[in-house]
Structure formats: structure tokens, C-alpha cells
Design a protein around this ligand. Structure first.
Ligand SMILES: [Fe+2]
Ligand SMILES: [Fe+2]
Length: 263
């Protein structure tokens, strides 16, 4: 089976957000302003993690690492996708996403810093079992734009979409971590756009050549398999269920089948 697929008729892909450089720059500026305004409403003690329990912080390091390093990975793999993009409309979407992910990365870096977690502890938390590290390291090895977008945007972001970020935001807020909650709610507005263009791309690929569905199915199965370890142990059950539900909601209508995942 072919490992690489292409969109023979690139006219089938159109950015669903219909962004131009001018519109994107205006949107980014608005988003940043809105984010800063929301952050400004957080009391200083809460913003600096003086109101959460020490136990919360101890357990949250894993989650902070999952947020920070997945955004760091995203800035890299989406830059590769932009560099190798087969046509301009797709390149444009990838380039805008580079800027989005960069902003998410900054937010998550600030969480680590304000929470007072020494930088030497960040990477070990990410490399520990049960994180999304294995998936993102796989993505960073790829150089094919279509494969990166299917695995990174369609599968991973499609899964980690609105549903799971809501779970994360509500969970953080309930434990007094208002800053993480604001961050999750800000990032989800961009991720929704990343998912939308990937969805349009997948739909176009399948319409272009129905045989592409088999390759996309394989990429989906590989990706979800790399995520399974995050669900093991049962601690992240609500997260995992929301994760699969978000993804299948966009994937099944396009003809993909659920993956069989031994948990
Ligand atoms: Fe992001
Ligand atoms: Fe994203």
C-alpha cells in the first residue's frame, strides 16, 4: 500500500476559514488581546499558583508537560508541513498555524514558570510513561505534509478538540488553577480552525481518490495506537473517552472506521 498520498486536483482544497494574510494578522491580534484581558482578571495569588494545593501542583506537572511539549512539537511539525507543502493554499494554512502554536507554547511556558517548576523537571515529566510523548516524537520524524496534517491536525487535534479541552479547563478550574483554564479555553479557538482545514483536506483526498481512505485509515490507527498509553491505568478515563468521542465525531462521517485499541 502506498505510504504517501497526494491531492491530484489541488483545487478541491480551500481554506474553510477563508483567511488572507491581512485577516489572519487582525485575528491573531484580536485573540491575543482577548487572552490578555482574560488573564488580567485572574488574581495575582491565583496566577502565581499560591492558591492551589501542593498536591495539585505535584500531580499537575505531567499535565503541564503534556501541554507544553505538544505545543512545542506542533510548532516544529507544522513548520515542516509548511516547508514541504505541495500547493500554496495548504502552505498558507500551515504557516498561520505555526504562529498559533507559537502563542500556545508561550502560554504553557508561563504556566511552568509561574508554578515555580524548575526547568530540569519538565522534560523528564514528558518522557515518563503515560504521556503523549511517543505520538509527538513520531510526528517529528515525518516530513510528508499530508501525513503530518492527517495525523497531527485531523487525528490528534480532532481528538483533543473542544471536548477534551473543556474537560481539562473545568478540571483545572475546579482545583483553583484558573490560569490553566483560561489557557485551554484560548487555545481551543485556534485548534478548532486547525481541525477544520484538516477535515476539508481529508474530505478532498477521499473525493480525489477513494483509495486514499485506506492510507488515512492506517494513519489514524497508527496515531491512536500511540496515544493508548495515555489512557492506561484508568486515571485519565474521562479525558480518553472525550478524546475518542471528539475524533470519531468528525472521522466516522467521512468513512473512517473506529480503530481496535487494546487498552
Ligand atoms: Fe496548539
Ligand atoms: Fe493546533
Amino acid at each position: 500500500m502506498a505510504r504517501t498520498i497526494s491531492l491530484k486536483d489541488s483545487g478541491r482544497f480551500k481554506d474553510p476559514a477563508n483567511l488572507t494574510w491581512e485577516r489572519y494578522v487582525a485575528l491573531q491580534a484580536r485573540e491575543r488581546e482577548r487572552y490578555l484581558a482574560e488573564r488580567a482578571t485572574i488574581a495575582d495569588d491565583a496566577l502565581n499558583y499560591r492558591t492551589v494545593s501542593p498536591r495539585y501542583l505535584e500531580r499537575a506537572v505531567d499535565q503541564f508537560a503534556n501541554n507544553y511539549y505538544s505545543e512545542l512539537s506542533a510548532t516544529h511539525y507544522i513548520a515542516t508541513a509548511a516547508a514541504n507543502a505541495p500547493f500554496d493554499e495548504l502552505k498558507k494554512c500551515c504557516l498561520f498555524q505555526v504562529a498559533d502554536e507559537q502563542r500556545h507554547l508561550e502560554m504553557d511556558r508561563e504556566v511552568f514558570e509561574r508554578a515555580g517548576i524548575p526547568e530540569r523537571d519538565w522534560l523528564p515529566a514528558w518522557e515518563a510513561p503515560g504521556t503523549t510523548c511517543r505520538f509527538f516524537r513520531h510526528l517529528l520524524e515525518l516530513d510528508d505534509t499530508i501525513e503530518i496534517l492527517v495525523k497531527g491536525n485531523f487525528v490528534a487535534e480532532g481528538a483533543a478538540g473542544p471536548g477534551t479541552f473543556a474537560v481539562l479547563a473545568d478540571g483545572a478550574e475546579a482545583r483553583g488553577d484558573v490560569f490553566s483554564a483560561v489557557n485551554h479555553r484560548a487555545r481551543v479557538r485556534d485548534e478548532t480552525r486547525h481541525i477544520s482545514f484538516a477535515r476539508v483536506l481529508v474530505k478532498a483526498l477521499i473525493e480525489d481518490d477513494p483509495a486514499n481512505l485506506d492510507v488515512i485509515q492506517k494513519w489514524q490507527d497508527e496515531s491512536l495506537q500511540l496515544f493508548v498509553e495515555v489512557a492506561r491505568g484508568g486515571e485519565r478515563r474521562a479525558w480518553w473517552e472525550g478524546f475518542l468521542a471528539s475524533y470519531y465525531k468528525i472521522a466516522l462521517p467521512l468513512g473512517l472506521r473506529p480503530s481496535s485499541l487494546p487498552i
